[in-house]
Ligand binder design. Structure first.
Ligand code: HEM
Ligand code: HEM
Length: 183
């Protein structure tokens, strides 16, 4: 059976989203841990920018279906890979959504490279502070942003280990075809 090739769109969307998500996860944790306020607008802007791309990718997956595995692997391995792919796709949607809900409901608001999309709500009597729009929703979305972020990091680790296992141990075309370099 011939190995199914991946379309150029699948490959481009995969690597654009993969690189952006990995950088945003790292920057998100770094800026939250070290209070690096200067990074917040960049984190938010790239997070907002990747959202329509992630939606397009999910729609493309629904239209095109999942890629066929390159080999006849045990059922548990195929199920594990599929579950991981679902988690990754879901994570790429839920991270920008929770980030936008959290930032707007906390009163900080957000901009896309300087273009205001959700207004900030500065406190009338405490300079430099904001008034939350909906505190419980902001707390929930903040928690979701953090927890889903960590789940995503675990899923990416599993995903990369899987890709390397195919490449190094099985010596198959899984990684090569996603690199657009299939024999
Ligand atoms: C260096 C990191 C990465 C490597 C080496 C890698 C490698 C791969 C490979 C080889 C496949 C093809 C699997 C198959 O043929 O069944 C794949 C598919 C996939 N990867 Fe990655 N990946 C990486 C990062 C990511 C990240 C960060 C995400 C999302 C957050 C992601 C999401 C997906 C999804 C959803 C699929 C299923 C096919 C698709 O929808 O395009 N990957 N990846
Ligand atoms: C799209 C992909 C995104 C990823 C992968 C991502 C990832 C992360 C991660 C891992 C953190 C650290 C969580 C913590 O330890 O508190 C974080 C923090 C944060 N993210 Fe995102 N984020 C994304 C999008 C967004 C968007 C679109 C916004 C807002 C418009 C946003 C706003 C924030 C804010 C304000 C924090 C700081 C939270 C704090 O100070 O505790 N993020 N992000």
């Amino acid at each position: 059976m011939a190995i199914q090739r991946l379309s150029k769109l699948t490959i481009s969307l995969h690597w654009i989203i993969a690189a952006t998500m990995i950088v945003l996860l790292a920057v998100g944790i770094y800026m939250a841990e070290t209070d690096a306020w200067a990074l917040y607008p960049w984190h938010k802007s790239f997070g907002i920018l990747i959202f329509p791309v992630a939606v397009a990718r999910v729609l493309w997956r629904i239209k095109e279906g999942w890629p066929e595995p390159v080999g006849d692997y045990p059922r548990y391995e195929q199920i594990l890979a599929k579950l991981t792919h679902y988690a990754l796709l879901l994570g790429t949607l839920l991270m920008p959504i929770s980030g936008m809900v959290f930032s707007s409901m906390s009163g900080h608001g957000f901009e896309l490279f300087g273009i205001p999309l959700a207004a900030a709500h500065p406190s009338p009597d405490k300079p430099g502070e904001v008034v939350p729009v909906n505190e419980s929703l902001a707390d929930f979305a903040h928690e979701a942003h953090e927890v889903i972020g960590w789940i995503l990091i675990l899923a990416i680790a599993l995903h990369v280990i899987g890709a390397l296992k195919h490449h190094v141990i099985d010596k198959d075309q899984t990684l090569q075809r996603m690199r657009g370099k299939m024999d």
